[in-house]
Design a binder for this molecule. Structure first.
Ligand code: HEM
Length: 476
């Protein structure tokens, strides 16, 4: 087998054997203990102590933290071929394969499917995310942000994370599903996420599926929450079927699709998986990004003042529109910098389908690789004073959505992933995030609540563990 070199080993040098990959003394158990206690600090420490490739577990399945931008790029661009997504290993030490943790909630939609099914679904849905389509969503992004803020009172204590979650859900529903969700439906979606996200992280543990079927309170609550969510989505599908074809929203697109060979349409269950995937992937992450942005702004008066000054000059008292995006470089930079410090997707896994050189080591087929945005976005090799919230890192050059500054390696910053599995909603999310931030911040700012510590919780996404209680202050 030929091995593609991807790491700058000295010219001509052979890759080092897998046995030489460094890791903590005490082996996999020590690594796991570190990661279980605090995954964010644990991964950061492993990277600092052992370099860009670190062993997390050994045979039967070897798992590695990979913190080299070239190797991460190789892994993401090679998705579907050399670095597969999809099935993951049960526990780092096991050879048993289980489905993606999120499959429990999302079935086989775009985020969780693999191979030809994934390619077909991606092609089908791509038109919804074309630039021109997103340009048309701009007014809705800003209007729904305005509507959300219109319910606040000066001095009111809010859970900003809950507010952002409802807002981004309403935005996805209106732009991609063509509906306005009532508060009951929003509550069902939130309950399903809150109940199931923590469990999704445990889907790798032995006996998980059997445990989920037991008549115990927690699995029962999770099942009930998933069933309520299913009813909501099936109702949406039914309503769209009854209204007839012809719309240009996601459901119309899915319901009108025909298999090129058989002419058959998608089964309701397939439509459900896709719709639910877009509904959940399309709002949870953006809600986290905006929550962390307000958290950071509340802790840095200077950055907040500079952003507010830009908004006051450019917008005065009007609602921002898509055309304003290019006129708000500092607000845009605030959003990018917030996703650097608190990446809504904080780590992603791939496994090698063939033996391959990764970061100078020859790793066996079946190895699990962990790429962590949290680790890379705070690496002092590219980010001087990495913990500092400094939006000026992003000024002065035109930088693509989700891309690193031009003088840095491409995968030193990858909030939306990369390659064929790159976030399909990246342009949508960026425009939504900046416009919602602008629409809200032209009238409001938030103060932290004394005595409450905001703790990041790394589940599938990175959320504030106990919500984000803040005091709303009307500006001006
Ligand atoms: C700030 C907001 C967002 C962030 C940080 C984010 C991040 C990501 C990342 C890192 C991935 C790749 C996961 C992997 O390769 O394992 C991904 C995939 C995906 N995202 Fe997003 N996302 C955001 C917003 C959105 C929005 C608004 C939508 C839809 C409206 C969306 C829909 C999806 C879908 C469907 C996938 C799976 C794509 C595929 O596998 O082909 N995301 N997202």
């Amino acid at each position: 087998m030929t091995v593609a070199p991807i790491f700058p080993n000295p010219p001509g040098a052979a890759p080092r054997p897998v046995e030489e990959v460094p890791g903590p003394a005490g082996g996999p158990i020590a690594a796991m203990r570190l990661l279980r206690a605090d995954p964010l600090a644990g991964l950061t420490r492993l990277r600092r102590e052992f370099g860009p490739v670190v062993r997390l577990s050994s045979r039967p399945v070897s798992a590695f933290l990979v913190a080299d931008p070239t190797a991460i790029g190789d892994g993401l661009v090679g998705s579907n071929r050399t670095h597969a997504k999809g099935a993951v290993r049960r526990g780092f030490g096991s050879s048993e394969t289980v489905v993606q943790p999120l499959t429990m909630l999302l079935g086989q939609g775009l985020l969780t499917s693999a191979g030809e099914v994934h390619r077909r679904q991606r092609r089908l849905m791509q038109p919804l995310f074309h630039r021109q389509r997103i340009a048309g969503y701009g007014d809705t992004f800003a209007r729904i942000a305005d509507d959300t803020a219109a319910t606040w009172r000066d001095g009111q204590r809010l859970d900003v994370h809950a507010e952002m979650t409802e807002m981004t859900l309403a935005i996805v529903a209106r732009t991609l599903f063509g509906v306005d969700l009532d508060s009951e439906v929003i509550a069902v979606v939130r309950t399903a996420i809150d109940e199931n996200m923590p469990a999704a992280g445990r889907a790798r543990l032995p006996g998980f599926e059997a445990f989920e079927r037991l008549p115990l309170p927690a699995p029962r609550r999770r099942r009930a929450a998933r069933e309520s969510l299913d009813r909501v989505v099936y109702d949406l599908i039914e309503a769209r079927r009854t209204a007839g074809a012809g719309g240009d929203d996601l459901l119309s697109l899915l319901l009108s699709t025909r298999d090129a060979d058989t002419g058959a349409g998608m089964a309701d269950e397939e439509v459900r998986d896709e719709a639910l995937t877009i509904m959940l992937a399309g709002h949870e992450t953006t809600a986290n990004a905006l929550s962390w942005t307000f958290h950071l702004l509340a802790g840095d008066a200077e950055v907040a003042a500079r952003m507010h000054a830009e908004l006051d000059t450019v917008l005065a008292d009007r609602t921002p529109s898509m055309d304003d995006l290019s006129r708000l470089p500092y607000t845009d930079a605030v959003f990018r910098e917030s996703m650097r410090l608190y990446p809504p997707v904080w780590a992603m896994g791939r496994h090698l389908t063939e033996e391959r050189e990764v970061g100078g080591y020859l790793l066996p087929a079946g190895s699990t690789l962990l790429f962590s945005q949290w680790v890379m976005h705070r690496d002092e090799r590219w980010w001087p004073d990495p913990a500092r919230f400094d939006p000026t890192r992003w000024l002065g050059a035109s930088i693509g959505v989700g891309a690193a500054p031009p003088d840095q390696p491409r995968y030193s910053y990858f909030p939306f992933g990369g390659g064929p599995r790159q976030c399909i909603g990246n342009t949508f999310a960026h425009a939504e995030g900046v416009l919602a931030l602008a629409a809200i911040s032209r009238r409001w700012s938030f103060e932290p609540v004394a005595g409450i510590e905001i703790v990041p919780q790394p589940l599938v996404t990175l959320r504030p563990r106990d919500g984000l209680p803040m005091t709303a202050r009307r500006r001006g």
